[in-house]
Design a protein around this ligand. Structure first.
Ligand code: FAD
Length: 492
């Protein structure tokens, strides 16, 4: 592992390889960012707050970049990218770090957190947000407008990060993925040029930005579409874990009746026996059904009647949800957490599939992982939308397993726990997952078909031949199938 005082030789392999590491004293004059002057700050390994600044939200990823640029504005981002391009460095954007993926050993990390401007035009249903704006902050600003952004389960992720990753929202069954709401993007391209990108100005780049991640430039702001949400109901219904087989069947049946206005998720949750978890939840396991409904309570109550009858209800928090509250309904962890994820789309959920899942992750399974979550997809997610690499979703469900890794030696145990869930569900799994649900050694090839990955790779070579910009899932890291790139290109 690289130590904090190592200055590293930049490489152009996208950070995926193992560049030679050269020890050198961390004197400002020696540092690769020497000569870069910003309104914001450059934080280096020798700075006292280095450890706090370098860490991502997912603290299981011990990332040690060359330096962290705390950009104060878009001009800082421009200067940082120009400096990187001129000196053969690689840069990556990381507003929050929920999607952190690697050690960033030869990379300059740009935090866009301070780019927090929000401008809303309720009339035209458009929001313009800086690249540091959290989804929760946008939702708070939208409170009372009757409009919502396509928020996922956490209010703490950035609006830009989730949109670039295609983003699955509570409202995706009604309105598609979050990338579909991207109207225009302000970015600094890999040559350090500031650009305003739209479908008209640059259709190929917009196609890639809608789900291809942050490999094509550092975004400084984006314009996103908003959707009407005059009334919302949602929350969690919790059952004892032993009720899981019946609860999951009732939830599955409800998803088959649900209209596009309703998203229903289910989970098997195993809370650890640690002081941070309050009694009586500590050390307990539950089967959960979670809901978000664009509309009044009557429609949702009718849909949930059989679910509520599926076992003893320990907690029922279904309630009118304010727009500002959307990012808390799923009760995701808010504080930085050491986590590991494994996900796959599912082709369906038969009774046999539910029994297989309960056997590997239900009560008495001994699974070490925190949670397995099932999300109902379909609806508008299956519709063709704006041109996007994140095309229509054919699969009806997404399964994701989440494990906490409180100490590195536990990583193999948690990884094995996640693999056991994937193995048990293999007969019903596509083996693919949305970009924002990738983890561990996953590449973007798990998210998109070969021809789409090749198209992303060709665009990457075109716009960033020197490999200046790198995302958390670099498109050039993806190995494509048996067909040659030439054959694939001829099919596009
Ligand atoms: C608790 C939790 C709940 C989640 N819920 C959902 C959910 O409901 N639906 C869903 O789809 N995903 C969900 N995610 C995943 C999350 O959406 C992704 O991790 C996403 O990357 C956004 O997180 P972030 O803002 O922290 O991005 P970061 O981790 O900071 O960045 C991730 C990547 O996004 C790109 N990026 C971000 N900003 C820029 C920029 N300004 N310019 C260029 N590239 C950029 C870069 O490639 C970067 O590597 C969840 C994650 C967690 C931890």
């Amino acid at each position: 592992m690289t130590t904090a005082n190592e200055a590293l030789t930049p490489s152009h392999d996208g950070g995926a390889g193992h560049p030679e590491h050269h020890h050198s004293p961390d004197r400002p004059g020696d540092h690769p960012l020497a000569g870069l002057h910003l309104t914001g700050r450059i934080v280096r390994p020798s700075d006292p707050d280095w450890d706090a600044v370098r860490m991502p939200w997912n603290v299981a990823i011990d990332q040690r970049p060359v330096a962290v640029v705390l950009a104060a504005d878009a001009e800082d981002v421009t200067q940082a990218v120009r400096h990187a391009a001129h000196h053969g460095l690689t840069v990556t954007a990381q507003p929050r770090g929920h999607g952190a993926s690697s050690d960033l050993a030869d990379v300059v990390l740009i935090r866009t957190t301070a780019l927090d401007d929000i401008w809303i035009d309720a009339e035209t249903r458009v929001a313009r947000v800086g690249a540091g704006v959290r989804m929760g902050a946008l939702q708070a600003a939208l409170d009372g407008t009757g409009l919502t952004a396509l928020s996922g389960s956490s209010g703490d992720v950035s609006v830009v990060g989730i949109a670039l990753g295609a983003g699955l929202s509570w409202f995706s069954r009604a309105h598609g993925n979050a990338a579909q709401t991207l109207r225009a993007v302000e970015l600094v391209d890999p040559h350090g040029r500031r650009r305003w990108v739209t479908d008209e100005s640059d259709p190929e780049l917009m196609w890639a930005l809608r789900g291809g991640g942050g490999d094509f430039g550092i975004v400084t702001a984006a314009e996103i579409g908003l959707v009407p949400a005059p009334e919302l109901h949602g929350g969690t219904i919790a059952f004892p874990i032993d009720a899981a087989p019946v609860v999951l069947r009732a939830w599955r049946d409800a998803t088959e009746r649900a209209t596009r206005d309703t998203s229903l998720w289910a989970a098997l949750l195993h809370l650890p026996d640690i002081p941070e978890i309050p009694e009586p939840m500590r050390g307990q396991s539950f089967a959960l059904v979670q809901a978000m409904h664009l509309g009044d309570s009557a429609g949702l109550d009718a849909l949930l009647a059989e679910v509520r009858a599926a076992g003893p209800v320990l907690r029922d928090s279904i309630h009118p949800v304010a727009i500002a509250e959307v990012g808390t309904v799923a009760e995701d962890p808010e504080d930085p957490s050491p986590s590991m994820l494994a996900a796959t789309r599912l082709t369906g959920l038969t009774d046999e599939a539910i029994d297989a899942l309960v056997a590997v992750a239900g009560g008495g399974s001994g699974t070490p992982i925190l949670q397995v979550q099932l999300r109902h997809l379909g609806g508008a997610l299956a519709d063709p939308g704006s041109p996007a690499v994140a095309g229509p979703e054919a699969a009806p469900y997404l399964m994701s397993g989440l494990a906490m890794v409180p100490a590195p030696p536990l990583a193999p145990v948690m990884s094995a726990g996640l693999d056991a869930v994937l193995d048990a569900m293999a007969p019903w799994a596509t083996g693919t997952a949305p970009l924002t649900f990738l983890d561990r050694a996953d590449t973007i090839a798990r998210s998109y078909p070969d021809d789409a990955v090749v198209r992303l790779q060709l665009l990457k070579e075109l716009v960033d031949p020197a490999g200046v910009v790198r995302s958390n899932r670099p498109v050039l890291d993806a190995a494509i199938g048996a067909r040659t790139p030439e054959a694939l290109v001829s099919e596009i």
